[in-house]
Design a protein around this ligand. Structure first.
Ligand SMILES: *Cc1c(COP(=O)(O)O)cnc(C)c1O
Length: 401
Protein backbone atom coordinates (compact mmCIF):
# COMPACT_ATOMS: atom_id res chain seq x y z
CA UNK A 1 0.00 0.00 0.00
CA UNK A 2 1.46 3.37 -1.00
CA UNK A 3 -0.03 5.09 2.05
CA UNK A 4 -0.49 2.66 4.96
CA UNK A 5 -2.87 3.30 7.84
CA UNK A 6 0.06 3.64 10.26
CA UNK A 7 3.84 3.61 9.99
CA UNK A 8 5.32 2.76 13.38
CA UNK A 9 8.02 5.23 14.31
CA UNK A 10 9.38 4.50 17.79
CA UNK A 11 12.68 6.03 18.89
CA UNK A 12 15.73 4.37 17.34
CA UNK A 13 17.71 2.27 19.78
CA UNK A 14 20.37 1.94 17.09
CA UNK A 15 20.94 5.69 17.42
CA UNK A 16 21.07 5.55 21.21
CA UNK A 17 23.92 3.09 21.57
CA UNK A 18 25.56 4.92 24.46
CA UNK A 19 22.38 4.76 26.56
CA UNK A 20 21.93 1.09 25.69
CA UNK A 21 25.52 0.42 26.71
CA UNK A 22 25.01 2.23 30.03
CA UNK A 23 22.06 -0.04 30.71
CA UNK A 24 24.12 -3.14 29.91
CA UNK A 25 27.00 -1.93 32.05
CA UNK A 26 24.65 -1.38 34.97
CA UNK A 27 23.32 -4.90 34.36
CA UNK A 28 19.84 -3.90 35.53
CA UNK A 29 17.24 -5.03 33.03
CA UNK A 30 13.96 -4.97 34.94
CA UNK A 31 12.38 -4.75 38.42
CA UNK A 32 11.87 -0.96 38.40
CA UNK A 33 15.41 -0.16 37.32
CA UNK A 34 16.65 3.40 36.98
CA UNK A 35 15.25 3.88 33.45
CA UNK A 36 11.67 2.99 34.33
CA UNK A 37 11.77 4.90 37.61
CA UNK A 38 13.17 8.03 35.96
CA UNK A 39 10.63 7.76 33.13
CA UNK A 40 7.79 7.63 35.68
CA UNK A 41 9.16 10.75 37.42
CA UNK A 42 9.66 12.58 34.12
CA UNK A 43 6.07 11.92 33.12
CA UNK A 44 4.67 13.11 36.44
CA UNK A 45 6.53 16.40 36.14
CA UNK A 46 6.27 16.96 32.38
CA UNK A 47 2.73 15.73 31.68
CA UNK A 48 0.81 15.58 34.93
CA UNK A 49 1.78 18.86 36.53
CA UNK A 50 3.61 17.15 39.37
CA UNK A 51 0.36 15.58 40.61
CA UNK A 52 0.12 12.06 42.00
CA UNK A 53 2.31 9.30 40.60
CA UNK A 54 2.83 7.00 37.62
CA UNK A 55 3.56 3.30 37.25
CA UNK A 56 5.13 1.68 34.18
CA UNK A 57 3.51 -1.61 33.16
CA UNK A 58 4.35 -4.13 30.41
CA UNK A 59 1.22 -3.17 28.42
CA UNK A 60 -2.12 -1.42 28.89
CA UNK A 61 -4.21 -4.60 28.96
CA UNK A 62 -2.34 -5.98 31.96
CA UNK A 63 -2.52 -2.47 33.45
CA UNK A 64 -6.34 -2.53 33.08
CA UNK A 65 -6.50 -5.99 34.69
CA UNK A 66 -4.45 -4.73 37.63
CA UNK A 67 -6.32 -1.44 37.96
CA UNK A 68 -9.74 -3.13 37.93
CA UNK A 69 -8.53 -5.66 40.52
CA UNK A 70 -7.18 -2.89 42.73
CA UNK A 71 -10.47 -0.98 42.40
CA UNK A 72 -12.44 -4.07 43.48
CA UNK A 73 -10.11 -4.80 46.37
CA UNK A 74 -10.29 -1.19 47.57
CA UNK A 75 -13.94 -1.82 48.60
CA UNK A 76 -15.47 -4.29 51.01
CA UNK A 77 -16.07 -7.67 49.31
CA UNK A 78 -19.33 -7.70 47.36
CA UNK A 79 -21.29 -9.75 44.88
CA UNK A 80 -21.35 -6.92 42.36
CA UNK A 81 -20.76 -8.41 38.94
CA UNK A 82 -20.80 -5.75 36.22
CA UNK A 83 -18.16 -3.52 34.69
CA UNK A 84 -20.01 -0.61 33.05
CA UNK A 85 -18.27 0.50 29.86
CA UNK A 86 -18.97 1.61 26.30
CA UNK A 87 -18.90 -1.00 23.54
CA UNK A 88 -17.40 1.38 20.97
CA UNK A 89 -13.82 0.54 21.97
CA UNK A 90 -11.08 -2.04 21.72
CA UNK A 91 -11.71 -5.42 23.36
CA UNK A 92 -9.00 -4.97 26.03
CA UNK A 93 -11.10 -3.34 28.79
CA UNK A 94 -13.87 -5.94 28.42
CA UNK A 95 -11.27 -8.72 28.54
CA UNK A 96 -9.68 -7.16 31.63
CA UNK A 97 -13.13 -7.18 33.26
CA UNK A 98 -13.57 -10.86 32.37
CA UNK A 99 -10.17 -11.70 33.91
CA UNK A 100 -11.58 -10.17 37.09
CA UNK A 101 -14.68 -12.38 36.81
CA UNK A 102 -16.85 -9.39 35.94
CA UNK A 103 -19.38 -9.19 33.12
CA UNK A 104 -19.05 -6.19 30.81
CA UNK A 105 -22.24 -4.11 30.84
CA UNK A 106 -22.23 -1.98 27.72
CA UNK A 107 -23.77 1.47 27.56
CA UNK A 108 -24.36 3.65 24.52
CA UNK A 109 -22.14 6.48 23.29
CA UNK A 110 -22.56 10.11 22.35
CA UNK A 111 -22.75 10.59 18.59
CA UNK A 112 -20.41 13.53 18.49
CA UNK A 113 -17.63 12.51 20.92
CA UNK A 114 -17.89 8.69 20.41
CA UNK A 115 -17.45 8.36 24.21
CA UNK A 116 -19.97 7.01 26.76
CA UNK A 117 -23.17 9.08 26.65
CA UNK A 118 -23.72 10.86 29.97
CA UNK A 119 -27.51 10.31 29.99
CA UNK A 120 -27.25 6.64 29.07
CA UNK A 121 -24.51 6.08 31.62
CA UNK A 122 -26.64 7.64 34.35
CA UNK A 123 -29.63 5.55 33.28
CA UNK A 124 -27.54 2.37 33.52
CA UNK A 125 -26.17 3.42 36.92
CA UNK A 126 -29.69 4.04 38.21
CA UNK A 127 -30.92 0.73 36.85
CA UNK A 128 -27.98 -1.57 37.67
CA UNK A 129 -26.10 0.50 40.27
CA UNK A 130 -26.18 -2.11 43.03
CA UNK A 131 -24.69 -4.68 40.69
CA UNK A 132 -21.97 -2.50 39.16
CA UNK A 133 -18.51 -3.16 40.59
CA UNK A 134 -16.55 -0.69 38.47
CA UNK A 135 -17.08 1.92 35.75
CA UNK A 136 -14.55 1.85 32.89
CA UNK A 137 -15.03 4.86 30.59
CA UNK A 138 -13.00 5.06 27.40
CA UNK A 139 -11.51 8.32 26.16
CA UNK A 140 -12.32 7.52 22.53
CA UNK A 141 -9.36 8.03 20.18
CA UNK A 142 -7.69 10.24 22.81
CA UNK A 143 -10.75 12.50 23.30
CA UNK A 144 -10.62 14.75 26.37
CA UNK A 145 -13.53 13.31 28.37
CA UNK A 146 -14.74 15.24 31.40
CA UNK A 147 -13.19 13.43 34.35
CA UNK A 148 -14.99 15.57 36.93
CA UNK A 149 -18.12 13.65 35.90
CA UNK A 150 -16.37 10.42 36.89
CA UNK A 151 -15.18 11.90 40.19
CA UNK A 152 -18.88 12.62 40.86
CA UNK A 153 -19.88 9.07 39.88
CA UNK A 154 -17.31 7.66 42.31
CA UNK A 155 -18.69 9.85 45.09
CA UNK A 156 -22.39 9.65 44.37
CA UNK A 157 -22.65 5.91 43.65
CA UNK A 158 -19.60 4.80 45.61
CA UNK A 159 -18.40 2.84 42.58
CA UNK A 160 -14.71 3.05 41.59
CA UNK A 161 -13.72 4.29 38.13
CA UNK A 162 -10.83 3.01 36.01
CA UNK A 163 -10.30 5.09 32.87
CA UNK A 164 -9.23 3.40 29.64
CA UNK A 165 -7.11 6.20 28.21
CA UNK A 166 -5.13 3.86 25.96
CA UNK A 167 -4.69 6.39 23.15
CA UNK A 168 -4.53 9.51 25.33
CA UNK A 169 -0.86 10.13 26.12
CA UNK A 170 -0.38 13.50 24.41
CA UNK A 171 -3.93 14.77 24.94
CA UNK A 172 -4.05 18.05 26.87
CA UNK A 173 -7.12 18.86 28.95
CA UNK A 174 -8.69 22.25 29.50
CA UNK A 175 -6.58 22.75 32.66
CA UNK A 176 -3.46 22.67 30.46
CA UNK A 177 -2.24 19.36 31.93
CA UNK A 178 -1.99 15.96 30.32
CA UNK A 179 -5.32 14.11 30.17
CA UNK A 180 -5.99 12.30 33.45
CA UNK A 181 -3.70 14.45 35.61
CA UNK A 182 -4.69 14.20 39.25
CA UNK A 183 -7.71 11.91 38.74
CA UNK A 184 -8.30 10.04 42.00
CA UNK A 185 -8.94 6.67 40.33
CA UNK A 186 -6.59 4.85 37.97
CA UNK A 187 -6.04 6.14 34.42
CA UNK A 188 -4.50 3.60 32.04
CA UNK A 189 -2.51 4.52 28.93
CA UNK A 190 -0.91 2.39 26.24
CA UNK A 191 2.52 2.93 24.75
CA UNK A 192 1.98 0.25 22.13
CA UNK A 193 3.77 1.08 18.92
CA UNK A 194 0.46 1.93 17.18
CA UNK A 195 -0.36 4.72 19.65
CA UNK A 196 0.83 8.34 19.43
CA UNK A 197 3.25 7.63 22.28
CA UNK A 198 4.86 4.75 20.38
CA UNK A 199 7.38 2.43 22.00
CA UNK A 200 7.10 -1.30 21.31
CA UNK A 201 4.92 -2.74 24.06
CA UNK A 202 4.23 -0.60 27.09
CA UNK A 203 1.56 0.59 29.48
CA UNK A 204 1.26 3.26 32.12
CA UNK A 205 -1.04 3.94 35.05
CA UNK A 206 -1.42 7.42 36.49
CA UNK A 207 -3.42 8.43 39.54
CA UNK A 208 -3.67 11.56 41.59
CA UNK A 209 -3.61 9.17 44.54
CA UNK A 210 0.03 8.11 45.01
CA UNK A 211 -0.93 5.41 47.50
CA UNK A 212 -3.03 3.73 44.83
CA UNK A 213 0.00 3.70 42.54
CA UNK A 214 2.15 2.13 45.26
CA UNK A 215 -0.47 -0.61 45.77
CA UNK A 216 -0.56 -1.21 42.01
CA UNK A 217 3.25 -1.30 41.91
CA UNK A 218 3.20 -4.04 44.50
CA UNK A 219 0.44 -5.93 42.64
CA UNK A 220 2.41 -5.68 39.37
CA UNK A 221 5.38 -7.28 41.14
CA UNK A 222 3.84 -10.58 42.34
CA UNK A 223 2.00 -8.79 45.16
CA UNK A 224 5.30 -8.40 46.97
CA UNK A 225 4.59 -5.77 49.61
CA UNK A 226 7.74 -6.82 51.42
CA UNK A 227 10.90 -8.25 49.88
CA UNK A 228 9.97 -11.56 48.25
CA UNK A 229 6.86 -11.88 50.35
CA UNK A 230 3.38 -11.54 48.89
CA UNK A 231 1.05 -9.28 50.84
CA UNK A 232 -1.48 -8.74 48.02
CA UNK A 233 -2.86 -10.46 44.96
CA UNK A 234 -0.37 -9.98 42.13
CA UNK A 235 1.13 -10.95 38.83
CA UNK A 236 4.18 -9.91 36.81
CA UNK A 237 3.29 -6.74 34.94
CA UNK A 238 6.64 -4.98 35.08
CA UNK A 239 8.14 -3.00 32.23
CA UNK A 240 11.63 -3.99 31.08
CA UNK A 241 14.43 -1.45 31.08
CA UNK A 242 14.74 -1.69 27.28
CA UNK A 243 11.07 -0.72 26.96
CA UNK A 244 11.60 2.09 29.49
CA UNK A 245 14.51 3.41 27.42
CA UNK A 246 12.27 3.44 24.32
CA UNK A 247 9.66 5.30 26.37
CA UNK A 248 12.09 7.90 27.71
CA UNK A 249 13.47 8.51 24.21
CA UNK A 250 9.91 8.95 22.91
CA UNK A 251 9.24 11.49 25.65
CA UNK A 252 12.25 13.53 24.53
CA UNK A 253 10.88 13.98 21.00
CA UNK A 254 7.20 13.84 21.90
CA UNK A 255 6.33 17.53 21.58
CA UNK A 256 7.58 17.57 17.98
CA UNK A 257 5.67 14.36 17.26
CA UNK A 258 2.45 15.78 18.69
CA UNK A 259 2.87 19.05 16.83
CA UNK A 260 3.20 17.19 13.53
CA UNK A 261 0.28 14.83 14.16
CA UNK A 262 -1.92 17.78 15.16
CA UNK A 263 -1.00 19.62 11.94
CA UNK A 264 -1.82 16.55 9.87
CA UNK A 265 -5.29 16.15 11.40
CA UNK A 266 -5.98 19.88 10.98
CA UNK A 267 -5.02 19.55 7.31
CA UNK A 268 -7.40 16.59 6.90
CA UNK A 269 -10.23 18.65 8.36
CA UNK A 270 -9.43 21.57 6.07
CA UNK A 271 -9.28 19.38 2.97
CA UNK A 272 -12.42 17.41 3.85
CA UNK A 273 -14.60 20.02 5.58
CA UNK A 274 -17.87 18.31 4.71
CA UNK A 275 -17.17 15.06 6.54
CA UNK A 276 -18.54 14.18 10.01
CA UNK A 277 -15.41 14.32 12.16
CA UNK A 278 -15.27 13.51 15.86
CA UNK A 279 -16.09 16.59 17.94
CA UNK A 280 -12.92 18.66 18.21
CA UNK A 281 -11.07 18.95 21.51
CA UNK A 282 -10.38 22.68 22.08
CA UNK A 283 -6.92 22.00 23.50
CA UNK A 284 -4.97 19.09 22.00
CA UNK A 285 -5.98 15.53 21.20
CA UNK A 286 -3.53 12.68 20.65
CA UNK A 287 -4.85 11.23 17.40
CA UNK A 288 -4.18 7.63 16.56
CA UNK A 289 -5.90 7.85 13.15
CA UNK A 290 -8.10 10.44 11.45
CA UNK A 291 -11.60 9.05 11.94
CA UNK A 292 -14.89 10.28 10.48
CA UNK A 293 -18.43 8.99 9.93
CA UNK A 294 -19.75 8.17 6.49
CA UNK A 295 -23.24 9.53 5.80
CA UNK A 296 -25.74 6.95 7.06
CA UNK A 297 -26.92 6.33 3.49
CA UNK A 298 -23.44 5.14 2.52
CA UNK A 299 -22.71 2.91 5.55
CA UNK A 300 -23.63 -0.25 3.69
CA UNK A 301 -21.12 0.67 0.97
CA UNK A 302 -18.19 1.15 3.33
CA UNK A 303 -16.27 -1.84 1.98
CA UNK A 304 -16.70 -0.60 -1.59
CA UNK A 305 -15.45 2.83 -0.54
CA UNK A 306 -12.44 1.24 1.17
CA UNK A 307 -11.58 -0.90 -1.81
CA UNK A 308 -11.88 2.10 -4.14
CA UNK A 309 -9.41 3.88 -1.88
CA UNK A 310 -7.05 0.93 -1.69
CA UNK A 311 -7.12 0.66 -5.51
CA UNK A 312 -5.34 4.03 -5.49
CA UNK A 313 -2.91 2.83 -2.84
CA UNK A 314 -4.58 4.37 0.22
CA UNK A 315 -5.20 2.16 3.25
CA UNK A 316 -8.01 2.72 5.75
CA UNK A 317 -9.40 1.10 8.87
CA UNK A 318 -12.72 0.70 10.67
CA UNK A 319 -11.89 1.26 14.35
CA UNK A 320 -14.06 0.08 16.16
CA UNK A 321 -16.20 -2.07 13.95
CA UNK A 322 -17.30 -4.65 14.90
CA UNK A 323 -17.73 -2.99 18.30
CA UNK A 324 -17.05 -5.15 21.36
CA UNK A 325 -20.64 -6.35 21.98
CA UNK A 326 -20.78 -7.55 18.37
CA UNK A 327 -17.73 -9.80 18.78
CA UNK A 328 -18.45 -13.49 19.16
CA UNK A 329 -16.99 -14.02 22.62
CA UNK A 330 -18.75 -11.00 24.08
CA UNK A 331 -22.09 -11.82 22.48
CA UNK A 332 -22.16 -14.69 24.96
CA UNK A 333 -20.25 -13.01 27.77
CA UNK A 334 -21.67 -9.54 28.30
CA UNK A 335 -24.85 -7.62 28.94
CA UNK A 336 -25.99 -4.72 26.75
CA UNK A 337 -28.14 -1.72 27.32
CA UNK A 338 -29.70 -0.28 24.16
CA UNK A 339 -26.86 0.58 21.75
CA UNK A 340 -28.47 2.40 18.79
CA UNK A 341 -25.82 5.13 18.56
CA UNK A 342 -22.96 2.63 19.00
CA UNK A 343 -24.38 0.45 16.22
CA UNK A 344 -24.84 3.47 13.99
CA UNK A 345 -21.38 4.98 14.62
CA UNK A 346 -19.61 1.61 14.26
CA UNK A 347 -21.35 0.97 10.94
CA UNK A 348 -20.22 4.34 9.55
CA UNK A 349 -16.75 4.86 11.02
CA UNK A 350 -13.80 5.10 8.68
CA UNK A 351 -10.23 5.63 9.91
CA UNK A 352 -7.75 7.40 7.63
CA UNK A 353 -3.95 7.07 7.67
CA UNK A 354 -1.93 9.03 10.20
CA UNK A 355 1.75 8.70 11.04
CA UNK A 356 4.53 10.93 12.36
CA UNK A 357 6.45 11.02 9.10
CA UNK A 358 3.40 11.65 6.89
CA UNK A 359 3.81 14.54 4.44
CA UNK A 360 1.21 17.17 3.56
CA UNK A 361 1.16 15.73 0.03
CA UNK A 362 0.22 12.34 1.41
CA UNK A 363 -2.73 13.87 3.29
CA UNK A 364 -3.80 15.55 0.04
CA UNK A 365 -3.57 12.18 -1.70
CA UNK A 366 -5.73 10.50 0.95
CA UNK A 367 -8.30 13.32 0.77
CA UNK A 368 -8.46 12.94 -3.02
CA UNK A 369 -8.91 9.18 -2.63
CA UNK A 370 -11.76 9.73 -0.16
CA UNK A 371 -13.49 12.24 -2.43
CA UNK A 372 -13.22 10.11 -5.51
CA UNK A 373 -14.33 6.93 -3.70
CA UNK A 374 -17.34 8.78 -2.29
CA UNK A 375 -18.36 10.16 -5.66
CA UNK A 376 -17.91 6.82 -7.42
CA UNK A 377 -20.08 5.12 -4.81
CA UNK A 378 -22.79 7.78 -4.75
CA UNK A 379 -23.05 7.58 -8.53
CA UNK A 380 -22.99 3.80 -8.81
CA UNK A 381 -25.50 2.93 -6.11
CA UNK A 382 -28.29 4.84 -7.85
CA UNK A 383 -28.36 6.99 -4.80
CA UNK A 384 -31.64 8.83 -4.49
CA UNK A 385 -31.11 12.52 -4.07
CA UNK A 386 -27.76 14.13 -4.70
CA UNK A 387 -24.34 14.12 -3.13
CA UNK A 388 -24.77 17.60 -1.71
CA UNK A 389 -27.84 16.56 0.27
CA UNK A 390 -25.99 13.86 2.18
CA UNK A 391 -25.61 14.58 5.85
CA UNK A 392 -21.83 14.78 6.16
CA UNK A 393 -21.63 17.20 9.03
CA UNK A 394 -24.12 15.85 11.50
CA UNK A 395 -21.51 15.44 14.25
CA UNK A 396 -20.72 19.10 14.18
CA UNK A 397 -24.37 20.09 14.33
CA UNK A 398 -25.05 17.63 17.12
CA UNK A 399 -22.50 19.41 19.30
CA UNK A 400 -21.49 17.85 22.57
CA UNK A 401 -24.34 16.44 24.59
C1 LIG B 1 -4.49 -0.07 22.29
C2 LIG B 1 -5.62 -0.17 23.21
C3 LIG B 1 -5.58 -1.00 24.34
C4 LIG B 1 -4.51 -2.01 24.58
O1 LIG B 1 -3.25 -1.49 24.80
P1 LIG B 1 -2.03 -2.52 24.90
O2 LIG B 1 -0.92 -1.69 25.45
O3 LIG B 1 -1.76 -2.99 23.51
O4 LIG B 1 -2.40 -3.63 25.79
C5 LIG B 1 -6.63 -0.97 25.24
N1 LIG B 1 -7.70 -0.18 25.03
C6 LIG B 1 -7.80 0.61 23.94
C7 LIG B 1 -9.00 1.48 23.78
C8 LIG B 1 -6.77 0.63 22.99
O5 LIG B 1 -6.90 1.42 21.91
Amino acid sequence: MKIPLAKPNPARLSESISRLRQMEDRAIFSNFGPLSVSFEKNLVSQMFGGLGACLTVCNATVALMLAIREALDSRPPSRRRYALMPSFTFAAAAQAAKWNRLTPLFCDIDRSTFCACETEERRMLERYGHDIAVVVPYAAFGYDIDLSRYERIQQHYDIPVVVDAAASLGTISSNGLGFGAGFSGAVVYSMHVTKSFATSEGGLIHSGNSRRIETLRCMSNFGFGEPRSATLMGLNGKMSEVAALLADLRLESFEAVMKRRTELVALYRRLLPNLSWQHQVPTRQAHQFASFLLPAELAQHRETIRSEMSRTGVASGTYFSPHVAQQEYFQANSKCGPLPVTDNVASRILSLPLFDTMSDDEVVEVADAVNSALSIVTESVAFTGNFASLDFREVERAGVA
